[in-house]
Design a protein around this ligand. Structure first.
Ligand SMILES: Cc1ncc(COP(=O)(O)O)c(C=O)c1O
Length: 404
């Protein structure tokens, strides 16, 4: 499949200004997504769900059609799609909603993994401290894969929530979420999957996974910033209390009472990010037109190529499973003798290569490997073998200079 043709849709790539290997942080946005967003501002720049006039009706239709598009993209029902700002917002929504519903009792337990992004760690840490819950971390094995035995040992009658990432944004580890969800179900606890790093790269089937909650974020999947989704089983949206209160999430209001709107609107208070939803719609169209299975295959090809080439660099240490079936297209590494921030700056200055440095919003795991942080390069379908070659030769040049 010719992936190079897609580069034409990305202005930054078209002009060859940059080698973009920071895709795990945020993807680039194709022209179609920018046009999708602009379509809102140019043609229907009004509020939704409120006006009876044509403009509002049209904007509302596109907004709700996008909900249906998300539902078929992720295989759930449209009323199980809640638009959020991003994954962080979606996880906070679940956390506050469970809190408002008195779901947890003191000494209940929450299980997450040591690989979590802060977005799926800090909300649960906050809640644990507030309510006297126990937050347990499933560890990884020496090969950077999840220790499923450790998970089984930690799971018990006391577990009320298992909140786990699908793909780590640092080690790239793909977690065995189907197994985790089915084991969790035996104890009747809720399950939340942070799919921020998987939805842009592979087909995700909410019904098949059978988890309670799943979230993802638009800006990592070609979409705009400020838009994401919480996918939740309808029964949970109905059962649990709202998180934010105000317009659109209510049915009736008096000076003494209010009743909440039907789901999912109960969880969408206030004017949403309408242009973001329009942009997300275009992003889903774009990804679907390429095919998630094709993207997944291309990720593997790039990963295999990069893993093979990086072996040539003497003083590189990798912190990944090093198995394309157990890992997303992410390299987490250290080059001996240089701080990750300095290396990132040099790669940028020397070769226009954008990488990420530091603790990657996953401080517990990254500082375990190196208290000063690590370097990360992450690929997407619009990258090229030539870009990987340039990355490798640049790393080699830095290595030869500092480690001679
Ligand atoms: C695994 C994972 N979860 C959550 C997030 C948070 O995404 P956002 O900042 O869009 O909420 C990220 C972003 O890097 C991530 O990689």
């Amino acid at each position: 499949m010719d992936f190079k043709k897609y580069r034409e849709d990305f202005n930054i790539l078209k002009e060859n200004k940059i080698i973009y290997f920071d895709n795990a942080a945020s993807s680039l946005k194709p022209r179609q997504v920018i046009e999708g967003m602009n379509q809102y501002y140019e043609n229907y720049p009004v509020n939704i769900h409120r006006g009876i006039h044509k403009l509002s009706m049209k904007a509302s239709i596109i907004f709700e059609e996008t909900r249906e598009k998300v539902a078929s993209f992720i295989n759930c029902n449209p009323d199980e799609v809640v638009f959020s700002q991003n994954s962080t917002d979606a996880i906070n929504l679940v956390m506050y909603s469970l809190y408002n519903s008195d779901y947890f009792k003191k000494d209940d337990e929450i299980i997450i993994s040591i690989l979590e992004h802060h977005a799926n760690l800090v909300p649960w840490l906050f809640l644990s401290k507030k309510l006297g819950l126990k937050l347990k971390f499933v560890d990884i094995k020496e090969d950077f894969t999840l220790d499923l035995e450790d998970f089984k040992e930690k799971l018990s009658e006391k577990t009320k929530l298992v909140a786990i990432t699908h793909v780590s944004n640092t080690t790239g580890t793909v977690l065995p979420i189907k197994k985790i969800i089915s084991l969790s179900k035996k104890y009747g606890c809720l399950t939340l999957i942070d799919a921020s790093q998987s939805v842009p790269h592979m087909r995700i089937d909410f019904k098949d996974l059978d988890c309670d909650f799943l979230c993802f974020t638009g800006h990592k999947m070609l979409g705009p910033t400020g838009i994401g989704c919480l996918i939740s089983k309808k029964e949970n949206l109905e059962k649990f209390q709202a998180f934010k209160f105000g317009g659109d999430m209510i049915k009736n209001v008096s000076t003494t009472e209010f009743s909440t709107n039907n789901v999912p609107y109960k969880f969408e208070a206030g004017t949403p990010n309408i242009s973001g939803v329009f942009g997300l719609s275009s992003a889903i169209d774009y990804l679907t037109s390429i095919g998630l299975d094709n993207i997944y295959k291309q990720d593997k090809i790039f990963l295999r190529y990069a893993l093979e080439k990086i072996k040539d660099i003497k003083n590189i240490e990798l912190f990944n499973p090093l198995d394309e079936n157990l890992q997303g297209p992410i390299l987490l590494f250290r080059l001996k003798g240089i701080d990750s921030s300095d290396l990132s700056a040099i790669l940028d200055d020397m070769s226009n290569i954008a990488t990420r440095a530091g603790v990657h919003c996953a401080e517990p795991i990254v500082t375990r490997f190196d208290k000063n942080g690590l370097s990360r390069a992450s690929f997407y379908f619009y990258n090229t073998f030539e870009e990987i070659d340039k990355f490798i030769s640049s790393l080699k040049a830095v290595d030869e200079k500092i480690n001679k």
